[in-house]
Write a new protein. Structure first.
Length: 125
């Protein structure tokens, strides 16, 4: 998820997503001051004007932060495999024995099962 102004990904530090009260879109905390003029902010996505007397009063988009955290957790433990290639066991030197096609299939099925189970556990949080 990225800020529509700077096109940088939101994060939990300086680029926290802040909600515009009138339209519900978000901007990162660093871009808010650039768009704030005379107590209002014009949304760059739909041109809706939100009255914002103090930019410090904008609420953080915790739903977006939660999604970012979940995505980061998935990436850290290798669950985001949509565009990644799975390393298959196939090296006798690495394992000390020949890997059969059945072994590869069992490995990939077990890996798929484990990833599914870990995702289920992460979603319970």
């Amino acid at each position: 998820m990225e800020c529509p102004v700077c096109l940088e990904n939101y994060n939990e530090e300086a680029r926290r997503p802040k909600i515009l009260p009138e339209c519900g879109h978000s901007l990162c905390e660093l871009c808010v001051p650039q768009l704030w003029k005379r107590g209002s902010i014009k949304c760059p996505q739909d041109n809706t004007v939100s009255l914002v007397p103090n930019i410090e009063d904008l609420k953080t988009n915790f739903a977006a932060l939660s999604l970012i955290r979940q995505n980061n957790d998935s990436n850290l433990i290798g669950l985001d495999n949509s565009n990644s290639q799975v390393d298959e066991p196939n090296n006798e030197e690495e394992f000390g024995f020949n890997i059969t096609e059945e072994d590869k299939r069992d490995y990939l099925n077990f890996r798929k099962f484990c990833i599914g189970r870990i995702k289920e556990l992460l979603e319970k949080d």
